[in-house]
Ligand binder design. Sequence first.
Ligand code: ATP
Ligand code: FE
Length: 333
Amino acid sequence: PVILAIESSCDDTAAAVMAGGEILANVVATQQVHEQYGGVVPELASRAHQQHLIPVVQEALRRAKVEKSALDAVAFTQGPGLLGSLLVGSMFAKTFALALNKPLIAVNHMRAHILAHFIRAPRPQFPFLCLTVSGGHTQLVIVRSALAMEVIGQTIDDAAGEAFDKTAKLLGLPYPGGPHLDKQARLGNPTRFPFPVGAMPGYDFSFSGLKTAVMYFLRQQTAQNPDFIPENLPDLCASIQHTIILTLLRQLTRAAHDQGLTQLALAGGVAANSGLRAALTQLGTEKGWEIFIPDFEFCTDNAGMVAMTAHFQYQAGDFTTQLISPDPRLKLN
Ligand code: ATP
Ligand code: FE
């Protein structure tokens, strides 16, 4: 099938075209307006989606060299995400599908982050274990098939991306802090400042303790030396990143052993983190596990992953109707 997919769950306006599972175009317009506020402002995000959506869709169709009439389905992100942002994408997709008389497919954003692995080779085989680490989620998921997934662990407080962004903010780095912290961490010593690794029973995660520990530590140190942060920035970043990676990989390793799964996949925006990629790759080598990490463009929010998910749903006959509404808290299963 030829599918047009729309993604608008947070602050990226994206459209993709896929034909028979092959990605033909993947266009993303990232909103710059939030940077000055140090976080996503929902009202501004919806307005920017309204401005960007039509040009982004037109660009995707143009790059794919696909006419509207040639589409077999229109897909969109139903949730989870910001309600206003989701509304813009869903209203557009519903209107477009209605006007063209095409079937409509509603996609779960967190499933899409996982199924991003099937856009390009190497593709994992079912079942595999996926660690989804994004701005709003941290989940360990057993992926039994494209449509059957089970969450076996998740964060009880902050997501991994939030742990990066909030600690980066404490260090005075621009928003979103994750990529800046990653860059600084490459120059630093990861064991210089030991921070607590959030230990949770089962396969759950916790990151709020780290944020608090970093906050008190910085307060204490800067009271003695006002230049403590600038003088130690790379070591601070490396130590924080190291702690987040340890927290993530400890639960991932335990789950893989318990579940007897030897294919491990990483998904979501934090999968772009160079330290996490390297640590997971090394873990794979040590344990003889196969590691899968999608290309960068399919890790952060994009519509390619929505198109891929819609492709599987199309094959399964999983269509929706004009009565569908966005669900900001849509669950994975
Ligand atoms: P969700 O998918 O849960 O709704 P989201 O879509 O906003 O959240 P993503 O776009 O998947 O999240 O990921 C964004 C997050 O990834 C941000 O927190 C950002 O800081 C983080 N991130 C991106 N690159 C890096 C990096 N190199 N190192 C650490 N974190 C990173
Ligand atoms: Fe996302």
